[in-house]
Design a protein around this ligand. Sequence first.
Ligand code: 5GP
Ligand code: ZN
Length: 112
Amino acid sequence: MSDCLFCKMVAGEVPADVVYEDEEVLVFKDIAPKAEVHLLMIPKQHTESLDTLSEADDAVVARMMRKLPIIAQEQGLESGFRTIINTGAGGGQVVFHLHMHLLGGKNLPGFG
Ligand code: 5GP
Ligand code: ZN
């Protein structure tokens, strides 16, 4: 997806403050943090949202879920963290490349 912001980050065309990277996954700091720690985890391969996942994505999604607590630990979030996935405009999604928000630490906003 040539016009996708997060794909451009994967390609190194747009700078990202990367905290973790492997063959399939990129994790970087959110540009407008809503809490002391606010990271975004994305699959490197473009898919729009949870709505566009297929069976072929099962492995990478499972891998992302399993990586989240490891990265949270590395960020010092021993007491826990919040994960948010916004799906579609009605779900508050603004960037249409699947991403998981990982939030924690001080200033974690209330939910609801
Ligand atoms: P969404 O509302 O789509 O779930 O979340 C998109 C997130 O991407 C927002 O939290 C927003 O702050 C973040 N974001 C938007 N543009 C950029 C950018 O250029 N760099 C980074 N690091 N984060 C961004
Ligand atoms: Zn993309």
